[in-house]
Design a binder for this molecule. Structure first.
Ligand SMILES: *Cc1c(COP(=O)(O)O)cnc(C)c1O
Length: 379
């Protein structure tokens, strides 16, 4: 007779990655492709692009939005659109694209530490980093938890700064005043395969008015206004019809996907509340959350170090990720900067050394969650 399988034998479990992209049934996408083949409109603001922009505005509760090929080009273009220069205050605790978008524009990132409760840019530390060269603040709604948008706006208004949110994690998040994407001068979202809502690759800039959107639409199309008029050294950031059509189809499944993520989030939270030395990140005042990641912070009184737990998970076929470790400010193109030191960024440095993001995605089963929990609990 077959021996009862050992729970910890990785052979018994297919690998579990930190995320798995949501995909609709393939046959549902075929009619969209047939339409593209029939129309021969592949890109350049075709019918699906226009429909998807409108559908996203309706779903997200925003007025205007410009689709992009990815979130990084959206970030780079947003900085161009507002003519941001010199120095920009940002967080070291993010995906590296946040600061790279600044460097690509010849802008110097000035890193400011994060709040220990939200792991978002700490508004109380922003003012001390403002210089005559500061032109903008670029915060991140880390893990989809809203920044302190009111405090940040107040500081920006006092000092005459722009605010550009890297809202790559914040698809569908609502705060006290509705969509969190309506804050700041511009917000950027990402539809990369690993995000809560994906179009394979994709992104968008959320803008407050039609005039700004028009300008951004020119910038993402080489600066063309019409056949013979080029008004700026634009880039090619246009989303293709395939991605836009796919996005339209994906929107149909997004609410159900969020409910599944919420259930997993709750299951983790409930079980981990009893585990000594494991802290979960609390919500940050969102009215509607989107559960994109499940970060835990491994404390000194846990039975293992962060990296030992990370390794033990891997030994059991669970590929959790240390988002965001290392800090952006520790990468070679940033670490020489005055603001990049660990003494300037103690909270971010501590979080980067404690965090593990556990797997969370709609198709993750209760059994898989319990298997992951069993390893963390250690019995
Ligand atoms: C994913 C991500 C980006 C980049 O988006 P892409 O669509 O992959 O280019 C930027 N910032 C943050 C915080 C992200 O997580």
């Amino acid at each position: 007779m077959k021996k009862k399988s050992q729970m910890t034998d990785p052979q018994e479990h297919p690998p579990i990655y930190v995320t798995q992209p949501l995909l609709p049934p393939l046959e549902e996408f075929i009619p969209y492709l047939e339409q593209i083949w029939a129309s021969k409109r592949l890109t350049n603001s075709g019918p699906f692009h226009q429909q998807f922009e409108q559908a996203l505005c309706d779903y997200l509760g925003v007025k205007h939005l410009a689709l992009f090929t990815n979130g990084t080009l959206a970030l780079v273009t947003a900085l161009q659109a507002l003519r941001i220069r010199d120095e920009v205050i940002t967080t070291p605790y993010s995906f590296v694209a946040t600061a790279h978008a600044l460097l690509w524009n010849g802008i110097k990132p000035v890193f400011v530490d994060i709040d220990p409760n939200t792991l978002n840019l700490d508004p109380a530390k922003i003012e001390a980093a403002i210089t005559p060269q500061t032109t903008a603040i670029m915060p991140v709604h880390c893990y989809g938890h809203p920044c302190d948008v009111d405090r940040i706006q107040e500081i920006a208004d006092n000092y005459g700064l722009k605010v550009i949110y890297d809202a790559a994690h914040a698809f569908g998040v609502q705060c006290h005043s509705g969509s969190v994407l309506n804050h700041g001068d511009l917000s950027i979202i990402s539809f990369h395969a690993t995000k809560v809502f994906n179009t394979f690759e994709g992104g968008a800039i959320v803008c407050p008015d039609a005039k700004t959107k028009r300008h951004i639409d020119h910038l993402k199309n080489f600066g063309f206004v019409d056949e013979v008029t080029v008004v700026a050294p634009g880039i090619n950031g246009k989303m293709s019809e395939i991605n836009a059509a796919f996005g339209l189809l994906q929107l149909k499944g997004i609410d159900e996907a969020r409910e599944k993520r919420k259930a997993i989030d709750n299951r983790y939270r409930k079980a981990l509340a009893k585990v000594q030395g494991i802290n979960c990140l609390p919500a940050a005042g969102e009215k509607v959350a989107n559960y994109p990641y499940f970060p835990i912070l491994v404390q000194p009184d846990y039975r293992l170090s962060r990296d030992a737990l990370y390794q033990e998970l891997q030994d059991n076929g669970i590929y959790a990720r240390r988002y965001f470790y290392p800090l952006i400010s520790d990468f070679p193109m940033y670490r020489g900067m005055l603001s990049a030191t660990h003494t300037n960024l103690p909270v971010a440095y501590k979080a980067a050394n404690e965090v593990i993001c556990l797997p969370i995605y709609p198709a993750l089963s209760n059994e898989q969650v319990d298997f992951i929990l069993q390893i963390i609990v250690g019995k």
